[in-house]
Write a protein that binds this ligand. Structure first.
Ligand code: P6P
Length: 333
């Protein structure tokens, strides 16, 4: 490596003074997420060799078959975070309810809560397709010293203190924001260090990639179908490129780097779509907006939605600003 790369640990310390890291709690939290990401990357990257692929044999609260790595990733994050006395609560896709955390002396003085999808797209592991972790961090709203309440988790996305994702792909990257832009760090597995490889990530306003499961086409509202036809058309532009990996973090990460729009609309079978507001759409919307893009549910900015339930789903349209604006134009026709 011929260029001085800042490590994630150095970056967190550098940023400590220009953010509310003053108590060091958020810094320690980001460092714990970094450690958990390395542990999961190690498991994902040898999934075919150790008994971590395939179904776990139970379903999560969504009624989805849990993969072994779903459960393992959830355990790794929870264990890593709880052991470090930095959170007062955790909510996860893999757990029906949130987990209230006592600090070292049995009280609840920590001030942050974390929501996560510990391993999104895990059904892709068996076929060696990129998967991801998505995380979202808030300050608690309940009184310090008391156990967390559901309200600590049901906060609007615009109140997030930090959010990001880890993509376990051809390389493992951690991408996050604390509201001052987006930065990406690539793991050097030989020495277990994340290096700043993508400083100040920005999504192009244009974009020419659309990402949607077109197998749902017949279940989509007419105006979304019209937008898909617009993407395919060559009337006033070249046809867009269709790219759908079927792994949310991978599709969103590609669109941030290359421009594009990701869509998971409501369908006749699932009017609110498939993606969860609190630990998938909100954190990704925060990152995408900080990178200069947009994220909506087809009407409202994702980050303005008032949550009502831990696992609620919302339609999700996110990516390059001009593409989301064009979609909105067509949705109100
Ligand atoms: P479909 C994975 O289960 C996931 O939550 C996202 O990672 C992915 O984008 C989406 O579901 C794929 O859903 O219905 O297109 O298979």
């Amino acid at each position: 490596m011929d260029k001085k790369y800042t490590t994630l640990g150095e970056f967190i310390i550098q940023k400590q003074q220009d953010f509310d890291y003053s108590t060091g709690e958020l810094s320690r939290l980001m460092n714990a997420i970094k450690l958990a990401a390395k542990r999961i990357s190690n498991k994902v990257n040898k999934a075919g060799l150790v008994d971590v692929t395939g179904a776990y044999g139970s379903q999560n609260v969504q009624g989805e078959d849990q993969q072994k790595l779903d459960v393992l990733a959830d355990e790794i994050f929870i264990q890593t975070l709880i052991d470090r006395d930095i959170l007062c609560g955790i909510a996860s896709e893999e757990n029906d309810d949130y987990i209230a955390i006592c600090d070292g002396n049995g009280s609840h003085n920590n001030k942050y809560v974390l929501l996560m999808d510990p391993l999104d797209g895990s059904s892709n592991i068996d076929v060696n397709v990129s998967v991801g972790t998505i995380f979202s961090i808030y300050r608690r709203v309940s009184a310090e010293g008391t156990p967390v309440t559901k309200e600590d988790f049901l906060q609007k996305g615009k109140l997030q203190v930090a959010a990001g994702y880890v993509i376990y792909g051809s390389s493992t990257m951690l991408v996050y924001t604390t509201g001052n832009g987006v930065n990406g760090f690539t793991l050097d597995p030989a020495i277990g260090t994340f290096y700043l490889s993508h400083p100040n990530m920005k999504i192009t306003e244009g974009g020419a990639i659309y990402s949607i499961n077109e197998g749902n086409y017949n279940q989509l509202e007419e105006n979304v179908q019209k937008y898909i036809e617009y993407c395919r058309s060559d009337e006033d532009k070249k046809p867009y490129t269709a790219r759908y990996i079927g792994s949310l973090v991978a599709d969103v990460h590609r669109n941030i780097l290359k421009g594009g729009i990701y869509m998971y609309p409501g369908t006749t079978k699932n009017p609110n779509g498939k993606l969860r507001l609190l630990y998938e759409c909100n954190p990704l919307a925060f990152v995408i907006e900080q990178a200069g893009g947009k994220a909506t549910d087809g009407k409202n900015n994702i980050l303005d939605i008032e949550p009502t339930a831990l696992h609620q789903r919302v339609p999700f349209y996110a990516g390059s600003k001009n593409m989301v604006d064009k979609l909105h134009e067509m949705l109100v026709l």
